[in-house]
Design a protein around this ligand. Structure first.
Ligand code: CA2
Length: 144
């Protein structure tokens, strides 16, 4: 079982609950994070959440995960999903299992959202299930 799970949120996800509720839901990132930490307590695992709007900061956090006891990464890299070879390389570099999560169904949206630099190095990909996608990923990681 993964005992320590890192949940990473990429750019603009701090706007959750403030705009575009029809696409991304009504809950704020703080509310989602609090729910995940509570879920972790119920499952007996430690959940750490981390958000940044900055690619390099996300990469630094991923690199730290190699030595800080993290056993599994859940990542919604936001728009960096579709652009960032660097985040892909960081995840490959730390060699931790990860699940890629998207709130929206990226395949129902613009063509530029259909490609992900992360999907083929992830254990699995969840999209279109709203915030439940994070819960599903955490439950998967905790049981793995
Ligand atoms: O569906 C997802 O979770 C995305 O990762 C969200 C990213 C988008 O670039 C990806 O293609 C799919 C965008 C996050 C922006 O979040 C906002 C939340 C509220 C209001 C405005 C933006």
């Amino acid at each position: 079982m993964a005992q320590r799970i890192l949940v990473l949120h990429g750019p603009n996800l701090n706007l959750l609950g403030t705009r575009e509720p029809q696409v991304y839901g009504r809950r704020t990132l703080a509310q989602i994070d609090a729910g995940l930490v509570e879920l972790g307590t119920r499952l007996g695992v430690t959940i750490e959440t981390f958000h940044s709007n900055h690619e390099g900061v996300l990469i630094d956090r991923i690199q730290s995960a190699r030595t800080d006891g993290t056993e599994f990464v859940v990542i919604n890299a936001g728009a960096y999903t579709h652009t960032s070879v660097a985040i892909r390389d960081a995840l490959s570099g730390v060699a931790l299992p990860c699940v890629e999560v998207h709130l929206s169904n990226v395949h129902q949206r613009e063509a530029f959202r259909h490609h992900s630099y992360l999907s083929d190095i992830a254990v699995g990909v969840i999209c279109g299930l709203g915030e439940f996608g994070y819960e599903a990923a955490v439950r998967f990681a905790a049981g793995r």
